[in-house]
Design a protein around this ligand. Structure first.
Ligand code: SIN
Ligand code: CO
Length: 389
């Protein structure tokens, strides 16, 4: 069966070939009869919690134009806000409310490691965050009310931003397209597209954002893997040192020796490159890092509890990814590596995508490495947790 994807009549293949990272796309009724699962009040409630990242942007009537306030907020903050021209934005909502992964999962036609978060905004009439560009790909889903989006359809690399304000708002914005989005409509924007969305009455927008590591991130992770896995403590040696005309010169021979050292490490690192990629891509934001289970259970007690009454949920705030090999699977969870003695890719999918692990499902898979033991290890690491249902 084909998975349902929110691209209207377009196939995932066509979207990836023609639009992804290339040009904007408006999809009318991407979500037919969209029923917004989160009210504005619930969003404001989240923004009052200390472990939730939230912001309020006040275009006017704040202490200065385009004032940026960072959460957590209190009820009084909301009571004192003006009638119009402000926006509340809450980051990582799907990590705080795991049921909302039902929305982000619909974007699984993009690899999961690319997903950053679901940000939800609420704005009263004329609320906006100003014309700006984002560095990441984003799907802007209209969840409630109407918003007028203006975009300038060519991506820009550099731009001038208004100085002396907390937000990166474009000094010049020359839109060439505009649309009014209604509930269920969605706009895809690749990175670098100048855009500006203004609420037309009360409105809520879901931003499904996709991240991309920088070359610096990729190189850092690679170098860290080399340092961890290779003998890098060895000292440089030069038993064939030639007499130099000047002690101040760094000879070409010396440079060549350094080059050889670097090449040696790079050659051996080729085998570990997938490890550095898996580690990097499964790393999440620091505030969502898994915490070891508070309650220490032995494996038998763990299995009993699981069999008898409690539901074992995957920690959806962290990334579960895998790299298959001929005879085993490398699981990468929250920046950590875990070897799985099986080449059953379907099972790796089950581990990475299941919301609630059933003990009976676990027993169906007859594997060399007992699955229950693997899930016990996950439980200890905080990759899954018990919750009474
Ligand atoms: C918003 O939801 O108000 C802003 C989203 C965006 O422009 O990226
Ligand atoms: Co934006």
């Amino acid at each position: 069966m084909k998975n349902i994807i929110p691209l209207g009549d377009m196939s995932a293949e066509q979207f990836l070939t023609e639009y992804w990272q290339k040009k904007p796309l408006l999809i009318k009724q991407a979500f037919i009869n969209f029923d917004n699962p989160l009210s504005a009040d619930e969003l404001a409630g989240l923004a009052c919690e200390h472990d939730v990242e939230s912001r309020i942007v006040l275009e006017k009537d704040g202490t200065s134009p385009w004032e940026l306030r960072n959460g957590p907020f209190s009820e009084q903050t909301f009571e004192k806000l003006p009638e119009t021209h402000w926006t509340l934005l809450v980051q990582d909502v799907e990590k705080h409310i795991p049921e909302l992964t039902g929305i982000t999962d619909l974007f699984n036609f993009i690899p999961h490691w690319r997903l950053d978060d679901l940000m939800i905004s609420y704005a009263p009439d004329k609320g906006s965050v100003g014309p700006h560009v984002d560095a990441y790909d984003v799907f802007l889903l209209q969840a409630e009310g109407k918003r007028c989006w203006q975009i300038s359809s060519s991506a820009i690399d550099t731009c001038e931003i208004i100085s002396n304000i907390d937000l990166k708002i474009l000094k010049q914005f020359n839109p060439d397209q505009d649309w009014i989005l209604e509930p269920g409509d969605m706009l895809y924007l690749p990175p670098g597209i100048p855009h500006h969305g203004v609420a037309m009455g009360d409105c809520m927008t879901y931003s499904i954002g996709f991240r991309a590591p920088s070359h610096l991130d990729i190189l850092q992770s690679f170098i860290e893997t080399i340092i961890k896995n290779q003998d890098c403590e060895k000292l440089y040696t030069d038993p064939k040192l030639d007499l130099q005309a000047s002690p101040h010169e760094i000879s070409l021979n010396t440079i060549d020796s350094f080059n050889q050292i670097i090449q040696q490490h790079l050659d051996s690192a080729k085998q570990t490159i997938s490890h550095s990629v898996g580690t990097l891509l499964s790393e999440g934001k620091i505030q969502f890092q898994s915490q070891k289970a508070e309650e220490t259970l032995d494996e038998i007690t763990f299995i009993k509890r699981w069999q008898q009454k409690e539901s074992l949920f995957r920690n959806t705030a962290i990334k579960f990814l895998y790299i298959p090999s001929v005879d085993h699977i490398d699981l990468y969870i929250d920046g950590q590596h875990c070897h799985f003695d099986s080449n059953n890719v379907e099972l790796a999918e089950w581990i990475c995508s299941t919301l609630e692990y059933n003990h009976s499902d676990c027993n169906k898979h007859n594997e060399k490495q007992p699955l229950c033991s693997l899930l016990y290890y996950f439980y200890q690491q905080g990759y899954c947790y018990f919750q009474s249902t």
